[in-house]
Structure formats: C-alpha cells, structure tokens
Design a binder for this molecule. Structure first.
Ligand code: 13P
Ligand code: SF4
Length: 333
C-alpha cells in the first residue's frame, strides 16, 4: 500500500495536516505535476516558501501579487503554498473555486495579534476613524475594515485618503509607524507585530556590515525601527527582490524571512546574499515557522485528497471582499 490512510477522514475533520506516510518510491514532484494537470490546479507560492515549493509553483509572489493572481486565473483548484490568511484571500476572491492549503496550521503571529473581539471594542473608541488593515489579518478583521493594504501598496492606500481623514491602522505597529513617518500622518496604530521580523538583531546586522562594508542592508517594513533606520532600502518581498536586480551592489544583508533568498540568488547568481540573523539563534537565518510548515509531501497529499480546504461562510466572504476589492482597484490605478 502506498499510503497509511487508516484514519484519513477522521484526521481531515480536525482540519490539520494529515499525517500520511508517503512511499519512498514515489516521485512526489512528478505526482504533483500530474495531479495539477489532471485537476486543473494552480499552485500559488509566497516568497517565504522553501525553494522546492517555489520551484514547482505556477506563480511565486508577494502578498499583493498573489492576491491579484488568486483573483485572476482559469484554474478549478487553487493550492495556496503560504499561510492561512493568504489562502483565505484566495477563497474570498474566488469563492467558486476550491482553495487548498498544504497545512491548516500554517497561521501567522501578526494576524493572531489582533483578536476580533478586542478589535471591536477598540474601534468603538474611534468613531470618526476609518480602518486600514494590513493584509496579514483574519477574514473577520478584514470584514471590519474599510480597506486593506499590503507592504507594497500601503503608502499609496494611505495617501488615497485626504490628510485630515482620521485613520486606524492594523495590526502591524512597525509598518504603521513607518508609514506615519513617510506620509506625515498620525494614524492610530494597533499594537501588533510579526515574531520573525521583530527578532532581527541590530547588533549582529551591524557586525556583519562592519565585516562587509560593501554590503547593502535591505529590510522588510515589518522590522523594528532601529533596523529600518540602518537600512539602505525598505520594501515588500517583491520590492526587495526587484531592488537586488536593479541595484548595482554585489552584496546584501537581507532582513526578512530567509525564503526570499532563493529568488534573489536565482535572479542574481553572481551576487552574495547574507540572511540577517535573529537575536537569539545559532542558525544564522530567520525562518517563519508557519510558512515552513508547508512541504512537497503535504502539497501532494492536499492535491490527491483535495484537503485541507479553506471554507468560509457566504456572509463573511460578502463582507470581507469589499475592502479587498477596494485595495485591488486602487493598486491597479
Ligand atoms: P509581503 O507582502 O511583502 O510578501 O509580506 C508578507 C509577509 O507575511 C511578511 O512577513
Ligand atoms: Fe506572519 Fe511573520 Fe510569518 Fe509573515 S513572517 S507570515 S508576518 S508570522
């Protein structure tokens, strides 16, 4: 027997990843390619996925590009190799399609930093404010927001409102403060953060810079202010990648999740990329444990059994799609 599928249906019901053993003789990549064709699947992968997943994906991108692709494709099934809130967006934008995620436990500490009941109470204190939420939020938080943004369009979205418009920004305090500093706004900012980007060590980064004075420091805006202050370039994952292609330096210290280094290295085979280290680790890199839950084996199982599947109520989809569509329309302009 190829699989140990003894309790498969029961396992599926608890919604997590199915602990199915795959026969070592199986060529998982080949099987994924076959299943993709057979079932008309598109595999969307975020830059933080392991290289093997990025390499089999039909499309690799940042949150904005992935949302745009999720809204516009001819597949019957979307396999989202990323985290839960990203797969939720795909479902909201393509509710008629089946959306699969390789591991239902692939969450996000930033999205978890804004519980719905606490935010409802918080919002009551600011009746004149509109809500701009970063894409790293649950569908319920999106449904309570006026418009969504990602790190690549946040400034554009904020600046689409008149200067005097009062704004609540959720949930990332580092990104929110960074936008305030760029736009001169005074947005009320939710006290949330990503455990990966909060962990980069300024001391270690400066030490690497000392040893490599020719290297540029590039950072994601979810990093803390001291890291952003010493950075030569700040941007979303896609913007960081683009910068390494267009910039004429040869060495970069990269302060974001280490998965992005795969595309950077592929696009710039002769350049050197150094993963910025976290405060408390010996690995020398910074991995998002949620993003890294996804594996090729789990993708194979998900495609074969069409589970775990993202299920959202019609009512939630109807409410959450409004601020997401507003963002996509503004981004397209
Ligand atoms: P990007 O939108 O830049 O891809 O970032 C998503 C994310 O989760 C960053 O931690
Ligand atoms: Fe969420 Fe941080 Fe992981 Fe991005 S890196 S998915 S913000 S936990």
């Amino acid at each position: 027997m190829i699989f140990n599928i003894s309790k498969i249906m029961g396992d599926i019901e608890i919604k997590g990843f199915l602990n199915i053993k795959i026969d070592a003789k199986i060529d998982v990549v080949n099987e994924i390619v076959k299943l993709k064709k057979e079932k008309n699947v598109i595999i969307l992968a975020h830059y933080y996925q392991i290289p093997e997943i990025q390499d089999i994906a039909d499309f690799v991108g940042d949150s904005l590009q992935l949302s745009q692709k999720a809204a516009n494709n001819n597949a019957d099934i979307i396999l989202f190799a990323g985290v839960h809130f990203m797969a939720e967006i795909a479902k909201i934008l393509s509710p008629q399609k089946k959306v699969l995620i390789p591991d239902m436990k692939a969450g996000c500490s930033l999205a978890d930093s804004i519980p719905v009941d606490e935010f409802i109470k918080f919002k009551l204190n600011y009746p004149e404010h509109i809500v701009i939420s970063y894409v790293n939020t649950s569908a319920e938080i999106k449904a309570l927001s006026d418009i969504i943004c990602t790190s690549s369009n946040a400034v554009k979205i904020v600046e689409s409102f008149p200067k005097e418009q009062k704004i609540i920004f959720t949930p990332d305090k580092n990104l929110g403060n960074y936008i305030n500093s760029l736009t001169g706004r005074n947005m009320v900012i939710w006290d949330g953060a990503c455990h990966v980007h909060e962990q980069f060590s300024l001391e270690a980064i400066l030490q690497i810079k000392k040893e490599n004075p020719d290297a540029k420091i590039i950072a994601h805006p979810e990093c803390k202010k001291p890291i952003l202050l010493v950075s030569d370039f700040i941007g979303s994952t896609a913007a960081l990648l683009k910068f390494t292609i267009t910039d004429n330096s040869n060495k970069y210290i990269v302060a974001t999740e280490s998965g992005i280094l795969h595309q950077m290295q592929k696009s710039n085979p002769n350049k050197i990329f150094i993963a910025a280290p976290p405060i408390d680790s010996t690995c020398g890199c910074n991995d998002c444990n949620f993003m890294k839950l996804n594996t090729l084996n789990k993708i194979y199982i998900a495609l074969k059994y069409e589970k775990p599947e993202i299920i959202l109520s019609e009512d939630l989809i109807k409410r959450a799609i409004i601020p997401i569509k507003r963002m996509l329309e503004l981004s397209g302009k």
